[in-house]
Design a protein around this ligand. Structure first.
Ligand code: ZN
Length: 91
């Protein structure tokens, strides 16, 4: 569509008065107390209205694996640091 006439400042601002994003209302999960969108199953534990409706095990497993990998990485880094220190001491 091609613009036919320029829109005035006031027109633009009037239109823009509805552009603001609305704050999302979060409620607490009844099962794990984490913030949850209303009328939606909890993403953390998969509970909705007191019963499990989602399988979140896979997600949790993934997260745990990630954390494990992170920890291993950090451990390796520390080992390297210690090795460097040991070498310095030897010299
Ligand atoms: Zn939950």
């Amino acid at each position: 569509m091609v613009q036919k006439k320029r829109s005035t400042k006031a027109q633009k601002k009037r239109r823009a008065s509805h552009f603001a994003l609305q704050k999302v209302n979060m409620t607490k999960c009844s099962h794990c107390d984490k913030p949850v969108l209303a009328h939606r199953a909890c993403q953390a534990c998969g509970y909705y209205r007191g019963r499990q409706v989602l399988e979140v095990e896979a997600k949790e497993l993934k997260r745990m694996e990630k954390e494990k990998a992170k920890r291993e990485k950090e451990a390796k880094k520390e080992e390297k640091k210690e090795d460097k220190k040991a070498k310095k001491v030897q010299v």
